[in-house]
Structures are given as C-alpha cells and as structure tokens.
Design a protein around this ligand. Structure first.
Ligand SMILES: [Ca+2]
Ligand SMILES: [Ca+2]
Ligand SMILES: [Ca+2]
Length: 375
C-alpha cells in the first residue's frame, strides 16, 4: 500500500535526522496526521499595508508590517515557514526545499486565519534549498526580496517565522539578534547571512529582516549548539532563482527529482576538468559515476555541499566495495564536511566514483574532477 511505504520512509528519515544532529530547520511532526482538517478560523480583517520602512524601524513596527505575509507550512513530515511574494501579478509563497520535499502539495496557514489546503509546489531548487508554492489566492501583502548587499556585521536583524510551532493556526514568532557574520559558499556562488537570533526547527523558509525592515534573507540552517546561530540565504541570491522556478527554468540544473526512479545522477560518465551538480535525492541514496582513466593518472575528486555530509569512494570498475578508497572531510568547506580524494589509477579503464551521504538529510552537491598531484 503506497501510504504504508511513505510512513516507513518517513520513520527512517526522522530516525536518521535525530542520530546525526539534523541542522535543518524543519520540525519533524508525528506521522499520524489528523484525519480531519480543522475548519478555518473566522477571517479577520487584514492589516492595512504600511508605507516603506524608515531607517531604524522599531521591532513592533517591523513585526506588524512583515508578519502578516509570513505563513506556516505543514506536510506529513514536518512544519516550516514561508512568505508571500508577487511575481508577474500573481502571488506565490517562497520557502525551503527541505520544508516541502518530497511533497508536491502542502498545507498553508496564514496569520489572518485563512488556510490553503493542498497548495501546489511549483518546483524546488535543491542547491539553494528553495521552493516556490502557488500561485495562491491571498490578501496577504507581498514582501519584496531586497537586492541590497548587506555587509555591516553587527547590524540588528530580525527573524520572523514559526519555530517550535504545533498549533493548527499559529501566529508568527519574532526573534532578534545581530548580523553575526557573512558566509560564502563559493562553489555554488551563494551568500549566507549568519545571525545569533534564536533559530530553531520550524523557522526554515521564513524571513531574515534588516533593521530597516527589508527582507534580506531566507533562513535555512542552524549550527553550533541547537539554535545558537542561524544561516539565511541572501535575498539577492534567492530572487533570481525564485524567478527561474516560476518561469519553469531548471535553476539548480538537476531537472525533476524526488523519487528513486527520478535519480538521473547514476552512471553518468565524467571527464577530468568537469564539475556537475548532483543530489542525494532521498535517505540512503548513493550516486555512482563513471570515468575513464589511464594507469598512472592522478585526479582530485571533490564533493562540496552545505546540505549533506558527503563521502566519496573511488576504485576501478572491478573493485569490491571494500577495495574502494575513500575520503570523508578532507575538502573542509563551509561546515568542514566536504570530501576531497586524490586518486591514482593503478589500471587503465573505467573507474567508479561513488558519492554517499553521512547525514540524514537529502540535498544537492557539486562534484568536480580535476587533474591531481600526489604528495
Ligand atoms: Ca542522486
Ligand atoms: Ca543514486
Ligand atoms: Ca564528509
């Protein structure tokens, strides 16, 4: 029975996340979802859109202006946050890929007491951890993703979302802190704002707001002791990808994914000098690539990701799993978990490169093969 299989997969995923210290911001929820969807609360009068913010807008004013557009997202696997934007005259909801995947429809609860049952996911970007839902019918005013580049570490920032939430119709939470650091993921050319504003599960896909009330980022991760620091993808990097998703373009280069049958990574033939985007598509996915090498060829194989903890294994085509050489974390990277293996071919012919994930969370990675040098 299809439903039964989904429940088992969910249990495996949740177990893995707990074991490995999940650093994503979705709250796993019990898998027995209520049989009935509660009736929507009475529609309250909508907040009047407030004019553009002044420098140093008060926290109360920021909350009153921004929070009505920040929505609660629920799937059978967890809960998260999202926010309303407008593109080409239609409203959509932006959130994280990891909040909605692998589901193609989700439940949205708005702060005004309305809900959208089975809101459709337009598509996801696994590399930037973005998803777009819609188009949706809502009176919530759209937010604007700021294209300003923020550099002033120490500036006050605010997080608005639904951390630690389990209500059916919750109200958004406001948290405040400083812009603590700016982190780059060079391989994917993405910038993240780090904040010490309390960041826990369920905040994913909400908004990081500047002291001027501008939406400067989309919170995606926490790290350190639980909730210590949050990382938000910069709005300047998020907006073009959101527009691509809505236009039906393949913003992450991964095509359509989501099930074992959709995994197009396996058995691709790579060449030295090539970098490709791949994905751990589901819990337990291994990706196997092929490359032709001559005896004595030396290559550096790097797997770079902030979504998974990659491990790379390599050997000639006939090698057993035990004979493959491997690396876990030599590539360092944003979270110190990237894999980098220098490999010398002992035979001429087809070799295999296997990418595995040591964390419980699916996600995209960049795999590159470059000419290497032995020490
Ligand atoms: Ca895959
Ligand atoms: Ca695979
Ligand atoms: Ca690793």
């Amino acid at each position: 029975m299809a439903h039964q299989r989904i429940v088992i997969a969910a249990a495996a995923l949740a177990g893995a996340a707990m074991l490995t210290g999940c650093n994503l911001l979705t709250i796993p929820r019990p898998f027995s979802t209520p049989a009935e969807t509660p009736a929507p609360a009475a529609v309250q009068s909508l907040p009047v859109p407030v004019p553009m913010p002044l420098e140093g807008e008060s926290p109360t004013s920021i909350y009153q202006r921004v929070a009505p557009s920040v929505v609660y997202i629920e799937t059978d696997w967890g809960t998260g946050s999202g926010f309303v934007i407008e593109v080409n005259g239609e409203k959509y909801i932006v959130t994280n890929n990891h909040v909605v995947s692998p589901f193609r429809v989700v439940r949205i609860a708005l702060p005004d007491g309305n809900e959208l049952i089975d809101a459709p996911v337009v598509d996801v970007d696994m590399l930037a951890d973005l998803a777009v839902i819609g188009p949706v019918e809502t009176d919530a005013p759209p937010l604007v993703l700021s294209q300003d580049v923020v550099t002033a570490v120490g500036s006050p920032v605010y997080l608005i979302g639904y951390p630690g939430e389990s209500e059916v119709f919750p109200q958004p939470t406001l948290a405040t802190g400083l812009l603590s650091n700016i982190r780059r993921w060079p391989a994917a050319d993405l910038t993240y704002y780090q904040t010490d504003a309390s960041t826990v599960g369920g905040q994913s896909g909400g908004v990081l707001v500047s002291g001027n009330g501008e939406v400067i980022g989309v919170p995606t991760f926490w790290f350190g002791t639980p909730g210590a620091f949050g990382l938000a993808l910069s709005s300047a990097d998020a907006l073009p990808r959101v527009r691509q998703i809505i236009a039906g373009e393949d913003s992450d280069g991964l095509g359509q994914r989501g099930t074992i049958l959709d995994d197009t990574d396996d058995m691709q033939t790579l060449a030295v000098g090539q970098t490709i985007t791949g994905a751990i598509d589901y819990y337990g996915d291994n990706d196997v690539f092929l490359i032709e090498l001559a005896r004595g060829d030396v290559v550096d194989v790097a797997v770079d990701s902030i979504h998974i903890d990659p491990m790379v294994l390599m050997g000639d085509e006939s090698a057993t799993e035990a004979d493959l050489v491997s690396d876990d974390d030599s590539g360092r990277g944003v979270f110190g978990t990237d894999a980098l293996l220098t490999f010398e071919a002992e035979t001429s012919g087809t070799h295999v490169i296997v990418v595995q994930n040591l964390s419980g969370n699916p996600g995209a990675y960049l795999l590159s093969v470059r000419p290497g040098q032995l020490d």
